[in-house]
Design a protein around this ligand. Sequence first.
Ligand SMILES: CCCC(=O)SCCNC(=O)CCNC(=O)[C@H](O)C(C)(C)COP(=O)(O)OP(=O)(O)OC[C@H]1O[C@@H](n2cnc3c(N)ncnc32)[C@H](O)[C@@H]1OP(=O)(O)O
Length: 308
Amino acid sequence: MAAISGITSHLSFTVLRKLLSLPSMLTTHFVRSTSSQPDLQAIRDELEKFQGGSVDLEMDDQSGIAIMMLNNPKRLNSLTGKMMVDMANHITALEKWSLGKGLVLVGASGNFCSGGDLTFVRKALHYGEEMAAFQHDTLTRLLNLPLVSVALLQGHTLGGGAELSTACDFRVMSSSARLGFVQIKMGLTTGWGATTRLVHLFGRQKALGLLTSAKVFSAEEAEKEGLVDHVLSYALQPEEELSVCKNWLASNYCGYDADLTQAVKSSVVHCDLSGDLIESLRNERRVFGQFWGGSAQRVALEAKIKHK
Ligand SMILES: CCCC(=O)SCCNC(=O)CCNC(=O)[C@H](O)C(C)(C)COP(=O)(O)OP(=O)(O)OC[C@H]1O[C@@H](n2cnc3c(N)ncnc32)[C@H](O)[C@@H]1OP(=O)(O)O
């Protein structure tokens, strides 16, 4: 009972009542599964069985910017199990991309993502914590990629789709798009890690408000709330908006050498994850030493650059 009492201090009575009214084996499951390490390979194999849609990746060595596209347009790019596995595989490839500087995460046909594919969700009701473990691993790796990432929010960005958007460094929103963390309306809390990322991004109070209100924001409201970094104020075709977003990323955050851009992002991630200033400064010093006296610095010195 100690494990249960340890958990009860964090559960609201409503949730607790529901939990304890469940058959004891489920309660045991809840306690058991919080202590065991998930077998991501086994979960991957299981998720792959839930077919439908794809996630496609285009890596442009020339620009150093990749486009990762959620491709399930008939279902507003909601994610099936197979799409979750596709995304994980692409992130592994991006982790190794030596010429990479940036990534645009976008949905096909002018819509970002309408969350978990409800057909998949209905078939996977027995598999929630395992799916969550897989998505937590994938989206943490996405956020920590040595690239500058931006999510292009067009059409609907709801539930899990809104969660995906928090796993990118920046968010650009189409003027007619809508964004909402609607999980609570679906009888759920966040399954893909957004609670943790929202508290980290915006602080406890704003995170709590977003998640308990299930408010769906217009682009104007989202920008006012600081949920997105840029709104595309002119109504363009979806493909034109993707091109504008890619140029926004390239001109603002991917204008320099890939190795420098990757080193800066990796140092930011290291500091964020270490939570230890001394350790972070030690890492920063190590990275600085890699570039001091290097070819990029020598070229810049020769050019006598004036930063006007
Ligand atoms: C762990 C993750 C948990 C979560 O993500 S919880 C949130 C899950 N997502 C949802 O509940 C969104 C449900 N969908 C909606 O609210 C509406 O479709 C939405 C996005 C407001 C768009 O409304 P409308 O513009 O009227 O378009 P519509 O409803 O006719 O949708 C067009 C076609 O897309 C389909 N669709 C939309 N969201 C989906 C989803 N999540 N899973 C599977 N199919 C989905 C929808 O069924 C419709 O297809 P069809 O024309 O009926 O064949």
